[in-house]
Design a protein around this ligand. Sequence first.
Ligand SMILES: Cc1cc2nc3c(=O)[nH]c(=O)nc-3n(C[C@H](O)[C@H](O)[C@H](O)COP(=O)(O)O)c2cc1C
Length: 205
Amino acid sequence: MKVLMINGSPRVNGNTNVALREMEKVFVAEGIEVEILHVGNQAIRGCIACGSCGKTGKCVFDDMVNEAASKFEECDGLVVGSPVYYASANATLVAFLTRLFYSTHFGKTMKVGACVAAARRGGLTATFDELNKFFAIAGMPVASGQYWNGIHGRTPGEAAQDEEGLQMMRTLAKNMAFLMKSIALGKEAYGIPEREPGVMTNFVR
Ligand SMILES: Cc1cc2nc3c(=O)[nH]c(=O)nc-3n(C[C@H](O)[C@H](O)[C@H](O)COP(=O)(O)O)c2cc1C
């Protein structure tokens, strides 16, 4: 069982990392393998809507997005962490996720998703909402914890003083581990839910 963690902060040892590392401890104790990818310090451009991935199943820009795709395909759970920039996930992370989710066509249903945000003061829940939407459109059950997964801090590492934030991360990771293990059992017993062929009406009447 494996969890892929995405750190959207350009500060590899910043506050998002504090949150992800707190979760990692729980996953390791639960016997779950963890890999952290730092994407926030990479030059990752946005989607150009070229449609190439529709034919090839991978992004036309051969960078970290395509590298992450196979890791995403193999994992049982995905954790996405972001610093809050102007009450939003940071732009590099959004570019990364947009291209990763759009360009890959493997089944994501029943891979568990969770997101965490780090901020000095405001915009945590807006970022939480924004990130959860990637999971929801892909049929991924969303793990929750004891609050809207956020941690407070400004300077790198300051979030280690946010006791409540750290507890949130531990609770979230415990719940996520339980969900992943339960889904693995459920898959054996019932398989993945069948999906109807997609319908796209584009609001045209
Ligand atoms: C461009 C920029 C925009 C920011 N916008 C916000 C914001 O809207 N709300 C907030 O509370 N903090 C904001 N911050 C502060 C960061 O969210 C905060 O320092 C956070 O801990 C960074 O996480 P990191 O250490 O993982 O990079 C901003 C920081 C930067 C650089």
